[in-house]
Design a protein around this ligand. Structure first.
Ligand code: CAA
Length: 294
């Protein structure tokens, strides 16, 4: 099945990144959010990334103009009726996602594939809100989307081979490498990544080492591009906590219990880079000061 027109629902960091790589792959893209300022912010982020590509000589101004011309910002879900694929990248809230997919199922023609970029909510459960569970799939992009090579593709219990083949082919057309996984808590990416970040938080919580020391061990010792506490701040501590809770609830296994300090920081509104404070405080001059516990 050829995928020519897509809608990305949610113009945040992930949604805008997905819209960018889809337009770069030649697709016609609708980028939808609920308020104009969110749409504008998403489009501005795309313009900034593409502007850097021109500066660095990776794309011509004409190519960038064509890519941007393929993206239409919208506040309406109605254009989903002309899409072959809808990729959802909204807030990680099960009830809100279920309501959105119910609405999309009513709007879209029978052939349209519905996909979720969820980092940990069950694909099979999301699919159950629709009358098309065989044309429902997880497309889990990594942040920052334009840079990261992976798309984790999650097959729900009912996802058909045709849907998988179409979405896998599309991700490759976007220049990504795919890995297919079955629909169990945390998939592979967050089942492996999140307990590592949580363990780094426990090391700090238990006073074994400072924030900067923990990050240095993993950066220089394991060659990770970012230390685990920097990465947790970058992902968002609320997201980290919600993924740990999905693992904990899904497996009923105490090894996935979230670090109490993570819970406390989320309660305090210290959500990481996006709020200016997490395991580091992000200073106006661009520097970051590691957290110290008293
Ligand atoms: N958007 C677009 N491009 C970006 C970007 C962003 N947010 N951040 C960095 N880049 C680009 C830079 O512009 C730069 O491109 P150029 O070639 O034009 O210079 C390139 O990426 C490298 O950036 P920097 O030189 O500034 O810094 P870096 O070498 O440290 O790379 C990084 C930045 C790619 C983010 C790197 O630190 C990294 O790989 N970090 C780990 C990221 C990671 O693990 N992501 C997965 C998170 S988990 C997830 O997404 C899933 C989930 O479910 C939670």
């Amino acid at each position: 099945m050829a995928i020519v027109t897509v809608m990305v629902v949610g113009a945040g960091q992930m949604g805008a990144g997905i819209a960018q790589v889809a337009a770069q792959a030649g697709l016609k893209v609708y980028l939808r959010d609920v308020e104009q300022r969110f749409v504008d912010k998403g489009l501005a982020g795309i313009a900034k990334n593409l502007g850097r590509d021109v500066e660095k000589g990776r794309k011509t101004a004409a190519e960038v103009e064509a890519i941007q011309g393929r993206i239409t910002g919208t506040l309406s879900l109605a254009p989903a009726a002309e899409c072959d694929l809808v990729i959802e990248a909204i807030v990680e809230n099960l009830a809100i996602k279920l309501a959105l997919f119910r609405e999309l199922d009513g709007l879209c023609p029978a052939h349209t594939i519905l996909a979720s970029n969820t980092s940990s909510l069950p694909i099979t459960q999301l699919a159950s809100a629709t009358g098309r569970p065989e044309r429902f799939i997880g497309m889990h992009f990594m942040n920052p989307v334009p840079v990261m090579k992976l798309v984790e593709i999650i097959r729900g219990i009912a996802t058909s081979d045709e849907t998988y083949a179409a979405v896998n082919g599309l991700a490759e057309q976007m220049g990504k490498t795919t890995a297919v996984v079955n629909d169990f808590p945390g998939f592979i990416s967050n089942r492996v990544l999140m307990p590592m970040l949580n363990e780094a938080m426990f090391c700090f919580y238990e006073g074994i080492a400072g924030v900067a020391e923990i990050d240095t061990v993993m950066k220089l010792g394991m060659n990770h591009p970012m230390g685990p506490l920097t990465l947790a701040d970058f992902i968002g501590l609320d997201t980290c906590l919600s993924i740990m809770n999905v693992l904990y609830d899904g497996f009923k296994d105490p090894r996935y219990r979230p670090c109490p300090l993570l819970v406390q920081m989320v309660q305090a509104g210290y959500l990481g880079k996006k709020t200016g404070r997490g395991f580091y405080t992000y200073n106006p001059d661009g520097s970051a000061t590691p957290m110290v516990r008293h």
